[in-house]
Every structure is written in C-alpha cells, then in structure tokens.
Design a protein around this ligand. Structure first.
Ligand SMILES: [Mg+2]
Length: 107
C-alpha cells in the first residue's frame, strides 16, 4: 500500500515506538497493577510525567543532567496516556465522593 521509502522508514519508527510504549505499559502494570483512577487523578499522573518530559526538554535545550532521558520520558508519557484510554474502556473507575477522599480539603 505505501511504497515510498520515506513512508517505510516512518512505519518502522512508528512500530518501534509502539513496541516501546507497550513495554512501558507492561512495566507500569507490573509495578502498580490495574489502575482505575478517575479522570482528574489520571490527568495529574499524566501531568507529572509531562513535567518530567518538560524537564528533559529544558536540559536538552539548555544543558542539564536529564538531557539524555528525553525519549524515555516521552515514552512514559505516551504510556500513561494509553493507560488512561485503557481505564476509560474498562469502565471500572468512579468519582470519589467527598467522604471517601482523605478529607484534608474539607478543613
Ligand atoms: Mg517519567
């Protein structure tokens, strides 16, 4: 279907990215088990990963010890985004009620 050399190379890169993201998802599942966070909680987890990715980008641009971890953090960020989609598809998550939270925000 796609015969251009550039497209073939692009597909190889895409395939490797998917393998790396799937490997990261396996690592996350082994570490944390099935996660069924509500969307707000999962967004904070995704933003934490994006923060790590942003730090690597800054170090890559301006120098710093994290400059070599840019791709790894991008894969972790993509894997968390994938985990959110999986969670939504499982339909097991629910909103916490105020009484089921830690209560610290209630004064
Ligand atoms: Mg990370």
């Amino acid at each position: 279907m796609i015969s251009r050399p550039q497209a073939s190379e692009a597909k190889k890169i895409q395939d490797q990215v998917m393998l790396d993201v799937l490997d990261e998802r396996d690592r996350q599942d082994k570490k944390w088990g099935e996660q069924n966070h509500d969307p707000f909680t999962y967004l904070t987890i995704l933003l934490e990963e994006m923060g790590e990715l942003a730090k690597c980008a800054l170090h890559h641009r301006f120098g710093g010890p994290e400059k070599f971890n840019l791709r790894e953090e991008a894969v972790q960020t993509a894997a968390v985004a994938m985990a959110i989609v999986e969670c939504l598809d499982r339909k097991k998550w629910k909103w916490e009620t105020p009484d089921s939270s830690n209560g610290k925000a209630q004064g």
